[in-house]
Design a protein around this ligand. Structure first.
Ligand code: SAM
Length: 205
């Protein structure tokens, strides 16, 4: 298997705890599948979390993707929810690098991927539903590295996360599922979601 390069262009002003968990998950899976993970456009004062620094496949980068790929832009595919064409296994032969917006999912989606679209990279869609950035990278890897057709990847849409008998929350995204049919999420994400839900409840009281 030839590992691809996955570039997440960091578009938020800082690295929040949700993004950190997503980036750690991307780095670990990219390491296991022999690829490279570039986190580009990082502000100069950005402190790389220790958990990311220890993963060899991960490379922090202050330059933006436009500068990094100025001479071979045609080799970069932007994963774009508004692209006209869906990603296919053949795209693994056309492109060397796959570019994602380092943006937290929002509901309804605000189309911040347009910031990258404007730079003129060729775009591909991962189906009609919004995914988290780590899910989008996971699906892209399954398609372009493992050759699985997009509609053969096992998904669950808008799963409900149950915390206990009384508390649950519905996630407004599409996720890849594991063998048991559960949504694959970064380690620690469920706990973080529950903590945030409890916090907003406390704020209301
Ligand atoms: N609401 C967001 C926006 O403002 O564009 C979507 C952000 S999504 C959480 C983060 C990144 O994952 C996107 O920038 C895109 O690269 C990728 N992504 C998520 N769902 C996708 C889809 N259905 N098709 C293609 N790319 C997708």
């Amino acid at each position: 298997m030839v590992g691809k390069t996955f570039i997440v262009e960091h578009l938020d002003p800082e690295l929040g705890p949700w993004s950190e968990l997503e980036y750690i998950a991307i780095a670990k899976e990219t390491q296991e599948t022999k690829g490279n993970f570039l986190l580009s456009s990082l502000p100069t004062e950005f402190k790389v979390p220790a958990a990311l620094n220890g993963i060899p496949a991960f490379k922090p980068e202050h330059r933006g993707v436009e500068e990094l790929y100025a001479d071979n832009k045609a080799k970069v595919c932007l994963l774009d929810p508004a692209a006209a064409k869906d990603l296919s296994p053949e795209d693994g032969e056309t492109f060397d690098a796959f570019l994602f917006g380092g943006i937290l999912g929002d509901d309804p989606p605000r189309d911040r991927t347009s910031e990258l679209r404007r730079k003129g990279f060729e775009g591909r869609r991962l189906g009609p539903k919004q995914m988290t950035t780590d899910t989008a990278v996971r699906v892209t890897r399954l398609v372009v590295q493992d050759g699985i057709a997009l509609d053969k990847v096992p998904y669950v849409d808008f799963p409900e996360l149950k915390f206990n008998a009384h508390e649950s929350t519905q996630m407004p995204f599409r996720y890849v599922t594991d063998k048991e049919g559960n949504p694959i999420m970064p380690e620690g994400m469920k706990e973080l979601i529950q903590k945030d839900a409890d916090k907003s409840l406390d704020d209301l009281i």
